[in-house]
Design a protein around this ligand. Structure first.
Ligand code: SF4
Length: 374
């Protein structure tokens, strides 16, 4: 496995790999192939970078789900941000969003055409920019799962306390549990277990997946991001499948509590409310997003600028939606490496540092892509 030079860790990895081989052999003797979906872009990258997929037995398949927030953001959102920049707003965004294709342009091209688009590393930079330029309207591109929503809302809370009024959020927050429900309900998708995200779970808690294990009888294991964390989680999943159990296991207890971070949850509840939102290539999933509560409507960029985010136009041959649902692997998209490339991305899955297509492009060279990918 790539990245394990410490002999103690390498020994632990060997022991876990053997345990996984043994469990997989027991499942194989019953003719069972196991599909495990990770719903976290950081896991997707960690799996690709460590070469883990190629280490697993042939009947244990890791497949990526809609775990990259940039990848599930629709082109209409980029179009709206571009239009706000053209109206003279100062756009502040995380860098990953800059090259995501809109219907016509991406935000890097918008900036090249004179739009004011700034890349930030922390949402606090948007607040500082608003305070430094009280005569300008600053719009923060508020995309992300529960993990990212938390610091953005903390920033908004500070802005409200400081009486900053020239700042608004263009929100496209997404929530993981409703996405799991939608994936489970899709009859074309077979998922035997979920590798649950570490960062998101630190906010919402491991108990948030109990409905998956208890109602849908699908094992869930919350995992950290080191190769050993992921191996440990896979071993836990296979153990459950061998014994016929389905429960939530928390293999990331150093960070994740069963109930999550209650303080952050209360802060988010004060400002945000569940909303039906569109997932790129997947469609609208009920209650799968978070919108600003009506009392904070003036800080909602869509309301402030009277501009509703429209669906936008996706390249007709881009199969990001199928990739995000785990129905195909990136190399199965006819544009992968042929027209779609990190330097010339056609879909967001090739842009984002957490995108499946980018992960396969960088870490699975041609010729290694056929084994163990589902
Ligand atoms: S290879 Fe490109 S076009 Fe195909 S699914 Fe991935 S991002 Fe979309």
């Amino acid at each position: 496995m790539k990245g394990l030079s410490d002999p103690t860790l390498a020994g632990a990895a060997r022991r876990l790999s053997q345990a996984i081989q043994d469990l997989a052999a027991r499942l194989a003797s019953d003719g069972r192939t196991v599909r495990i979906m990770e719903v976290c872009g950081t896991h997707t990258m960690a799996i690709a970078r460590s070469g883990l997929r190629h280490l697993l037995p042939a009947n244990v398949i890791l497949t990526s789900g809609p775990g990259c927030p940039v990848c599930v953001t629709g082109p209409g959102y980029i179009d709206a941000a571009q239009a706000l920049a053209e109206q003279g707003a100062v756009i502040v965004t995380f860098g990953d969003l800059l090259r995501v294709p809109g219907s016509r342009l991406n935000l890097a091209e918008t900036r090249a055409r004179g739009g004011e688009v700034h890349v930030c590393y922390s949402p606090m930079e948007a607040l500082k920019r608003a305070q430094a330029s009280p005569d300008r309207q600053v719009v923060f591109l508020a995309i992300g799962f529960e993990t990212t929503a938390a610091p953005i809302i903390a920033m908004l809370d500070l802005a409200l306390r400081a009486g900053v009024e020239n700042l608004s959020l263009l929100t496209a927050f997404k929530c993981v549990p409703p996405a799991l429900t939608a994936l489970i309900a899709d009859p074309e998708i077979r998922i035997d277990a979920f590798l649950c995200p570490g960062h998101v779970s630190a906010i919402i808690g491991a108990d948030a997946y109990r409905f998956v294990a208890e109602t849908h009888r699908i094992p869930c294991v919350v995992a950290g991001f080191e190769p050993l964390d992921i191996l440990l989680a896979i071993e836990g999943i296979l153990n459950q499948l061998v014994t016929g159990e389905s429960r939530v296991e928390n293999q990331y207890q150093r960070v994740v509590r069963p109930e999550g971070n209650l303080k952050i949850q209360r802060l988010m509840d004060r400002h945000l409310t569940p909303a039906d939102v569109d997932w790129r290539g997947i469609g609208v999933i009920p209650h799968s997003g978070l919108a600003l509560r009506p009392e904070f409507r003036t800080f909602d960029a869509e309301a402030r600028f009277d501009r509703v985010v429209q669906p936008g136009r996706i390249h007709p041959d881009c199969q990001c939606g199928e990739v995000l649902k785990g129905k195909i692997t990136p190399p199965e998209c006819r544009l992968f490496r042929r027209g779609c490339h990190p330097d010339h991305p056609i879909g967001p899955c090739m842009v984002s540092s957490e995108g499946s297509c980018a992960a396969w492009f960088h870490y699975d060279p041609p010729g290694q892509t056929e084994d163990n990918h589902g």
